[in-house]
Design a protein around this ligand. Structure first.
Ligand code: ZN
Ligand code: FE
Length: 256
């Protein structure tokens, strides 16, 4: 019995991901940015799509669904109950603490509002994998489009409390640009500098910088490190509430 994950580029910088359960033969697409590459990846691996797990309502995460349903009419589409009014084709509505299944695999649903109000992440605890959509990126985080910065901060802290070895799959390949901003906040963080070197090498070879891990992000991602004295000093907010420090860093990134 094995869990297989295939990650591939969609559109310009979105990631498509297929999660395959060899025990049952079930295969889920995590989000659906673009149908063609998803169908091609499924064909390539000889997997039949059975499920879609959606993280949030943005077009670059859901627009492939209708075309996938044409190819697989039995496809079961799961997504955040709180965004049901904005995602017309949901079959299964989930929220905090629910479980989403893909064959014999089970994911705990974690509500991670901020980027959008109903955003969810899917944590496959046994396999130590989490699909985070646009909540966290490597060395960065999503924009707080639909909620105050503090709401996104709480969501990031939920992901930061997952086991350290958890592999985080993110919605976009933004790592290189995120690294440039992160350096403005923590220019002397050795973990950050090491990650940036690693990322430059991966990108030069045309390889993805994801998945990342909770441990790697805790060490290098300034958005998870708002409690660090060095970061608080860097933004001129020593001793401040970490949520406020996070808000300052996020608003600087918005203008970067
Ligand atoms: Zn988004
Ligand atoms: Fe996105």
């Amino acid at each position: 019995m094995a869990t297989n994950v295939a990650q591939f580029l969609c559109l310009t910088d979105n990631y498509g991901v297929l999660l395959h359960d060899s025990a049952s033969g079930a295969t889920a697409s995590i989000d659906a940015p673009e149908a063609e590459p998803i169908l091609a990846a499924a064909r390539h691996h000889g997997w039949r799509l059975t499920d879609v797990l959606l993280t949030h309502h943005h077009a670059d995460h859901i627009q492939g669904v209708p075309r996938l349903k044409e190819s697989f009419p039995e496809l079961r589409v799961c997504g955040p109950a709180k965004e049901a009014s904005r995602i017309p084709f949901l079959d299964v509505l989930v929220g905090e603490g629910d479980f989403a299944s893909v064959g014999s695999l089970r994911a705990k649903v974690i509500e991670t509002p901020g980027h959008t109000l109903g955003h969810v992440a899917y944590h496959f605890e046994e396999d130590e994998i989490a699909f985070c959509g646009d909540t966290i990126f490597s060395l960065g985080c999503g924009r707080a489009f639909e909620a105050p910065y503090e709401v996104l901060w709480s969501s990031l802290m939920k992901l930061a409390r997952l086991p350290r070895e958890t592999q985080l799959y993110c919605g976009h390949e933004y790592t290189e640009a995120n690294g440039r901003f992160a350096l403005t906040i923590e220019p002397h963080n050795p973990a950050l500098k090491g990650r940036i070197e690693e990322v430059a090498k991966l990108r030069a070879e045309g390889r993805p910088t994801l998945p990342t891990t909770v441990a790697a992000e805790l060490a290098a991602n300034p958005f998870l490190r708002a409690e660090e004295p060095t970061i608080q000093a860097a933004v001129g907010m020593p001793g401040a509430d970490p949520a406020a420090v996070f808000a300052e860093i996020r608003s600087r990134k918005d203008r970067f």
